[in-house]
Structures are given as structure tokens and as C-alpha cells.
Write a protein that binds this ligand. Structure first.
Ligand SMILES: NC(=O)c1ccc[n+]([C@@H]2O[C@H](COP(=O)([O-])OP(=O)(O)OC[C@H]3O[C@@H](n4cnc5c(N)ncnc54)[C@H](O)[C@@H]3O)[C@@H](O)[C@H]2O)c1
Length: 405
């Protein structure tokens, strides 16, 4: 078994039994995955006989939502790669997200923190990492209004540490996973943002993601670190810690609680299924041009209130209830966020030109997501009660009054 579950995340993490690609074990195959995962694995961006030349790939944040889609995909479709996951297992990450592949011969998990320079250097050097897919981040906007220093530390410093180690070590490709939120709000009368649009983040989360991007770009320009940046719309699907609208509403409804709508619910988001994002990142990793940015987008746009209505209707349908009655009962309006961008929208022609296509319609992806949470939502993480309250934001402890006043 190549899955190390160490409690020590101080930096000098102990690695699990060395690279498994050399053990001569049979490659992992999709038949060992759950029914949920099998259809989400998709296809290789490289032809079956094509080889990229990479051997050992580090995926940061691979125990999180999107990162774990990427890990399952890479482990299954690319037996020639040794996949090393580094994740500190924060509240939103779970080893359960990786359970399906933990026996795969080309998989290795290390619990550790990307902000530790010594630890990251050690991993890159000893595991001969030649490419990095960087997902690890603090990702919940609500939390960033409270404990925003955590966002700077993990998202900015963490990325900086990785870039510096990548520079020293001579990494061949570095995919930096960012978000559409770095463009800031996009009013309805403005065109969807192209990759060259000037960044205008408006909340602490998106500001730290934009700052991390600036560092990534600077390391590319100054030192030739082979960076590619991706910026995606809102992602939904199984395995997401239920703090973001889609997964949270589903878990609230499964507990017979109302969906908590921030403000009047008129803010809209574009949604894309996680497997489509993993496909896009596979294509960008293998076919994208160094130094470029690629938007990952969807045309499926829906307000938060419409999303809640849609979910309530689906639940009512499965429970044989009257949807109108259920909507009256299962919606509660709560105070809005400190700031809630009305809308994001990206133009993703560049990605389409690389050969990517969206494959999962929202109507299909959302049914599958609901079914996954029905089966696993209450047992996958620790108690999720706190995540389901209206504004779960982690707050910085109030500054104690003291001698300096
Ligand atoms: N979820 C979305 O809708 C969305 C949309 C666009 C972009 N993104 C970006 O995609 C990436 C992945 O998002 P997600 O939704 O899967 O996030 P997530 O919150 O589900 O997972 C993040 C993972 O990173 C790990 N992590 C955080 N800080 C770390 C550190 N210092 N060291 C090691 N591990 C650390 C966490 O333990 C967790 O497993 C993020 O960079 C995010 O900004 C997400």
C-alpha cells in the first residue's frame, strides 16, 4: 500500500514506501473504481501510445474536491506517471476522496503543508518530481471575510514556496489552478472575460488567488518556470465539502432543512461539472502553451435562488411532493455576504481551440451529485453541521485588549 497517513505536517513529513511505478505491479484499471467515478474518468488527452516524457507528477490539494477528480483520472488513465499527492488534510480535504485509488501502484500520498519550503524541496528532490498540478488553496469565499490571513498564507505564500522550489528543481511544467473570480464581477451588459482581461478581484479569496497568479506569471517571466494558469467557473459535483452553494443546498435538503439564500438570491454563477474541469486540466497540461492562461467555462448560468428552486423541485419529484409547496417551505433568506459579486463570466474559446468540450449537462451532473450526497453526504467528512449554517465563516479571534492600548 502506498498511502501514508501521517499526522505530522510540520514539514519533515515521512514518505510512504517509495515510488510504486517501479514495483512491477499491474496498473490500476477503471474497473476498480466506483460506478460514480468510472464514467467521470473520461479519456486521455494524450493518445494511448503517446508519451509526454514526464514521470513523476505532484498534485497539491489532491485530497480536496477538484484535485481528487484529477488524481483518480491521472492514476487510471496514465499508468506511466507516478502520482504524488501532497495535502495537509484541512477541514475540506478527505482521504476518503482518494480511497478508490489508494492501492494503485502509481499512487503516493503525503500529508504535508505546501507553505513549508524544506518539505516541498524534499518532496521534489527525493521523488524526482518533473511536473506540478497545483490545486491546494483555501477556497471558501465566506471564510475569507473572517480569517483572511489564512488565505494569504496558504494561497499566496504556499504558491510562492512551490514556485521557488520548482525554479530550483527545474520543474518541466507547472499548472497553476486559479479561478474566474480573479476578474471580479462581470455585469450582464459586459462581455465575458477573455484571458487578457485585467484582473479586478473584489473579495479576499479572489485577491489571494490573483496575487498567487501574479507570482506564477513573474516566475515564468523572470526565471522561465514553465507555468500555465487555468481560471474556471464554479465547479460542482460529488466529493465537494458541503460549504459551497450547490453541495450545501443538497445537504440541507437531505437533512430536511431549508436552503439558506444569501441576500435576495439574484446573484448568478456559471456551473461546470468537476469531471469536465479535470478533462480541461488534462488537456491544458498536455497540450497547452507555456506562459498562457486558459479559461475553463460553461454557458450554464443560474441565480442562487433558481439553483435552490431547481434542487427543491428535484427533491420534491423524488419524494412525490408538490414542488410549489416544497419551495415555500424549503427556502429561507438570510443576510448577504459582506460583498457578493453579482456575476462571473469567462470566454473559453482558447480552451475549445485546444480540443476540449463540455460533456456533462447540468441536468445530468446535478442528479448524479444529489445521488452521491444521498449515499455519502453524512459519513464522508466529520460532522458537517457547522458547514450548513448560513454563514459558516471562520472568524479571527477578536484582538484581546492589552498593554498596547
Ligand atoms: N470549487 C470551485 O468552484 C473552484 C472554481 C474555480 C477554481 N477553483 C480552484 O481550484 C482549486 C481546488 O479547489 P477545490 O474546490 O477542489 O478546493 P477544496 O477546498 O475542496 O480543496 C483544497 C485542498 O487543498 C488542501 N490544502 C489547502 N491548503 C493547503 C496547504 N497549505 N498545504 C497542503 N494542502 C492544502 C486542503 O486540505 C484541500 O484538500 C483551488 O485552487 C481553487 O481556488 C475552485
Amino acid at each position: 500500500m502506498n498511502c501514508a497517513q501521517h499526522s505530522d505536517i510540520s514539514g519533515a513529513a515521512i514518505l510512504s514506501a517509495g515510488p510504486a511505478a517501479s514495483t512491477g505491479q499491474a496498473p490500476f484499471h477503471a474497473g476498480l473504481l466506483s460506478e460514480f467515478d468510472r464514467e467521470d474518468i473520461g479519456e486521455r488527452a494524450l493518445g494511448v501510445d503517446e508519451r509526454s516524457g514526464y514521470r513523476s507528477i505532484l498534485i497539491t490539494g489532491g485530497a480536496g474536491f477538484i484535485g481528487s477528480f484529477m488524481v483518480r483520472k491521472m492514476i487510471t488513465l496514465y499508468p506511466e506517471y507516478h502520482i504524488v499527492v501532497v495535502d495537509k488534510l484541512d477541514y475540506c480535504g478527505s482521504l476518503n476522496n482518494l480511497r478508490a485509488v489508494k492501492e494503485a501502484p502509481n499512487f503516493q500520498f503525503i500529508r504535508g503543508d505546501i507553505t513549508s519550503a524544506d518539505f516541498i524541496r524534499f518532496v521534489l528532490h527525493h521523488l524526482k518530481i518533473d511536473a506540478i498540478l497545483h490545486f491546494a488553496a483555501q477556497t471558501h469565499v465566506d471564510n475569507s471575510f473572517g480569517d483572511s490571513f489564512e488565505f494569504t498564507k496558504n494561497n499566496v505564500l504556499g504558491t510562492h514556496v512551490l514556485l521557488e522550489a520548482a525554479k530550483e528543481h527545474g520543474i518541466k511544467r507547472f499548472i497553476h489552478v486559479s479561478t474566474d473570480e480573479v476578474y471580479g464581477e462581470v455585469p450582464h451588459d459586459k462581455p465575458a472575460c477573455r484571458e487578457e482581461t485585467i484582473l479586478a478581484p473584489s473579495n479576499p479569496y479572489s485577491a489571494t488567488k490573483a496575487a498567487a497568479e501574479c507570482l506564477a506569471r513573474a516566475y515564468h517571466e523572470s526565471f522561465g518556470v514553465p507555468v500555465i494558469i487555468t481560471r474556471s467557473n464554479n465547479v460542482y459535483g460529488p466529493y465537494q465539502y458541503p460549504e459551497k452553494a450547490c453541495s450545501k443546498f443538497i445537504c440541507q435538503l437531505l437533512r430536511n432543512q431549508p436552503c439558506t439564500i444569501h441576500g435576495d438570491g439574484s446573484n448568478s454563477r456559471r456551473y461546470i461539472y468537476a469531471a469536465d474541469v479535470a478533462n480541461a486540466i488534462d488537456i491544458i497540461f498536455h497540450r497547452g502553451t507555456l506562459g498562457q492562461v486558459y479559461n475553463i467555462g460553461s454557458q450554464y448560468e443560474i441565480t442562487n435562488l433558481q439553483l435552490a428552486h431547481k434542487l427543491i423541485e428535484l427533491f420534491a419529484e423524488s419524494r412525490g411532493e408538490d414542488a410549489k409547496v416544497a419551495i415555500q417551505r424549503d427556502i429561507v433568506f438570510v443576510g448577504d455576504r459582506q460583498l457578493n459579486d453579482r456575476r462571473y463570466a469567462v470566454n473559453y474559446q482558447k480552451l475549445l481551440a485546444l480540443g476540449w468540450q463540455q460533456t456533462v449537462a447540468f441536468s445530468a451532473g446535478i442528479r448524479k451529485t444529489i445521488e452521491w450526497y444521498r449515499q455519502h453526504g453524512e459519513t464522508w467528512w466529520d460532522d458537517i453541521t457547522d458547514a450548513l449554517i448560513a454563514h459558516p465563516g471562520k472568524r479571527i479571534a477578536p484582538v484581546p485588549t492589552g498593554w498596547w492600548q
